[in-house]
Design a protein around this ligand. Structure first.
Ligand code: HAS
Length: 553
């Protein structure tokens, strides 16, 4: 029997998803402009700057779209698996939403005014308007308030269910939130104690190396804050759609705990070329980086096992017979499967990046841009699209019609083609030395730069074609979102109602200590202290003179 979520919970989740897709719309448009500028085919008007649109693209897609969508998804899943939100949870979730939205608006206005073209990494000594940093701080505080609202809901459930392990979805939500809160400590520290006083003129200079290190303390776990909700869909939603169960409840929980432990003390792998950090600490954090690959390999194993076991239950024979038994006609599955497939080269690229000598070749080149488009831009984003196809109809009580499912296939296929073209050419261009974060790709017809316009895949033109297909695909998705929010007919019969697919898991075999949060938070802090205490103290105590701010745009 289908039951709709409580109306208050639905409105909350839908509001988050609405803002996510508004940011997605503008962010993808900014992406389209960029590939044309890099291709030397577009001259921007004097009042618009390449770095301004690059900042808007990064902030709106990587930070705003992802975070709002993640909260919409987590809120829906928590209400579904632990029961409707109480008054306090709702109140705090709304306060969090409002603070996040104020922060987003302030930061976006500063970008639009041309006062904050510092990219989403806002590296010092580039200096934006102080209000941009205030906007970022509000955004993070808003996410914390919304996070604590969800934790409160979980704690209330635990009180009523003493001694029981929480459902897998709730466990994974709490893990993701713990990771997020610990990760944000770095960015909050640098924004509050370095950037805001510096940008308001209260101090003259900034310790650049410290600000970057604190940013990357946050920046790497940030990518897992994007990835974990996608993994939640892979572990919990996909098995249900294919008619199976979670392969192993304990394996799934353990992989999330490993992310809490190992995703934070690894930020130096983004700074391998920076001279201010001694080699030993880079080495240590690189070793820890290889540890954080393990939970992703566990996830890959678990997915293959789920596919195979379910396929065999449905009569599959031979080594790969299960492959044909998967529900390819179901957009909710196919979209996420393709997302998983993209993560094989995406993850392999990450391992390359983390290898010191290879990092020397690819750092600051278009390769890195290619890498993040086949990690966050496809495995994560396309999983979110796959969720969108049923999540919005589930929340609005509308039908997922056949024509909308076909539209979903068109969207996912075009996104895959666009991404294959764009990201493959970005990887190859990167290997040929094409830098990232530059408006300019001609270099006065230098022979090396001319190479970037030859060849089929190693070409800025191919990148632009891929980017254009991606933009068209994004517009298909926006059309779907508008339909699913406001236009599709309401479901009336049991078959028409769209459900939240949540698979069963063998919770009875799961050891209780896996839900001992204080233990894991404690171990995480020990690792963070080991990896960061000495190098950060060194960066603070032996700092060269700080830098004044620069506005290069
Ligand atoms: Fe990364 C740079 C290392 C994962 C995002 N990364 C970035 C940046 C972003 C980003 C945004 O070490 C740029 C930041 C900037 O602006 O400067 N990354 C890694 C490593 C991993 C990794 C080791 N990255 C991600 C994920 C991201 C992401 C996930 C977003 C969501 N990354 C780096 C490094 C840099 C970097 C350096 C700095 C580069 C530089 O110098 O600037 C690992 O977590 C990857 C592990 C993953 C795997 C894959 C497992 C495969 C699975 C799929 C199973 C498939 C199935 C389907 C079941 C080992 C789980 C099968 C189907 C069939 C048909 C076969």
């Amino acid at each position: 029997m289908h039951t709709l979520l409580n109306k208050n919970d639905r409105v909350l989740a839908l509001s988050n998803i609405l803002i996510a897709y508004f940011a997605f719309l503008i962010g993808t448009l900014m992406g389209l402009l960029q590939v044309f500028i890099r291709n030397d085919k577009l001259q921007l008007p004097a009042w618009l700057d390449y770095y301004q649109i690059l900042t808007a693209h990064g902030v709106l897609l990587a930070l705003v779209f992802t975070t709002y969508f993640i909260f919409g998804f987590l809120q829906t899943g928590m209400s579904k698996s632990l029961g409707s939100f109480g008054k306090k949870t709702l109140l705090f979730s709304w306060i969090g939403f409002i603070v996040m939205t104020l922060g987003t608006t302030l930061a976006t206005v500063m970008i639009v005014l041309g006062e904050a073209s510092v990219l989403y990494t806002f590296y010092a000594p580039l200096m934006a308007s102080p209000w941009y940093y205030v906007g970022l701080a509000l955004f993070v505080v808003g996410t914390w308030i919304s996070s604590f609202a969800l934790i409160g809901h979980y704690v209330a459930w635990k009180k009523q269910n003493k001694g029981k392990l929480s459902p897998l979805f709730a466990f994974m939500t709490v893990s993701t939130i713990i990771l997020w809160i610990i990760a944000c400590l770095g960015v909050v520290a640098t924004v509050l104690f370095q950037f805001i006083p510096w940008a308001f003129g209260l101090v003259d200079t900034i310790n650049v190396e410290l600000s970057r290190s604190l940013f990357w303390y946050f920046g790497h776990p940030l990518v897992y804050f994007w990835l974990l909700p996608a993994y939640m869909a892979w572990y919990v939603v996909v098995p249900k759609i294919i008619g199976g169960k979670v392969f192993s409840d304990s394996l799934a929980r353990l992989s999330f705990i490993l992310f809490i432990l190992f995703s934070i003390p690894v930020g130096f792998h983004h700074q391998l070329v920076e001279p201010g950090i001694p080699a030993f600490w880079k080495f240590l954090q690189t070793v820890l980086t290889f540890m954080v690959i393990i939970p992703s390999l566990m996830t890959a194993f678990s997915m293959f096992a789920t596919f195979e076991i379910t396929g065999r239950q449905n009569g599959a024979k031979g080594l790969f017979g299960w492959f044909r038994k998967l529900p390819w006609h179901d957009i909710r599955f196919t979209s996420i499967f393709i997302a998983m497939f993209f993560f094989i080269p995406g993850g392999a690229g990450g391992i390359i990046n983390a290898s010191f000598q290879l990092n020397e070749v690819i750092h600051n080149t278009l390769w890195v841009v290619g890498h993040f488009h086949i990690t966050v831009g496809t495995p994560v984003a396309m999983t979110f699209f796959g969720l969108t196809f049923w999540l919005i109809p589930y929340l609005t009580g509308r039908k997922l019609t056949k024509s909308m499912q076909r539209l979903g296939f068109a969207q996912v296929i075009t996104w895959s083609i666009g991404m294959l073209l764009m990201s493959t050419s970005q990887h190859i261009l990167g290997l040929l030395g094409a830098p990232r974060r530059t408006a300019y790709s001609g270099y006065m017809d230098h022979p090396s730069a001319l190479e970037w316009f030859n060849g089929i895949l190693s070409n800025h033109v191919t990148m632009a074609i891929g980017g254009t297909i991606l933009f068209l695909s994004a517009m298909l998705l926006i059309f779907f979102v508008i339909q699913a929010l406001f236009i599709l007919p309401k479901a009336t019969t049991e078959e028409e109602f769209v459900e939240f697919p949540m698979a069963e898991s063998d919770i009875e075999n799961t050891p209780k200590f896996l839900e001992n949060w204080w233990l894991w938070i404690g171990v995480a802090f020990v690792l963070i202290i080991v990896a960061y205490y000495i190098p950060l103290s060194d960066i603070i105590h032996n700092a060269p003179p700080g830098s004044k701010g620069f506005k290069t745009w």
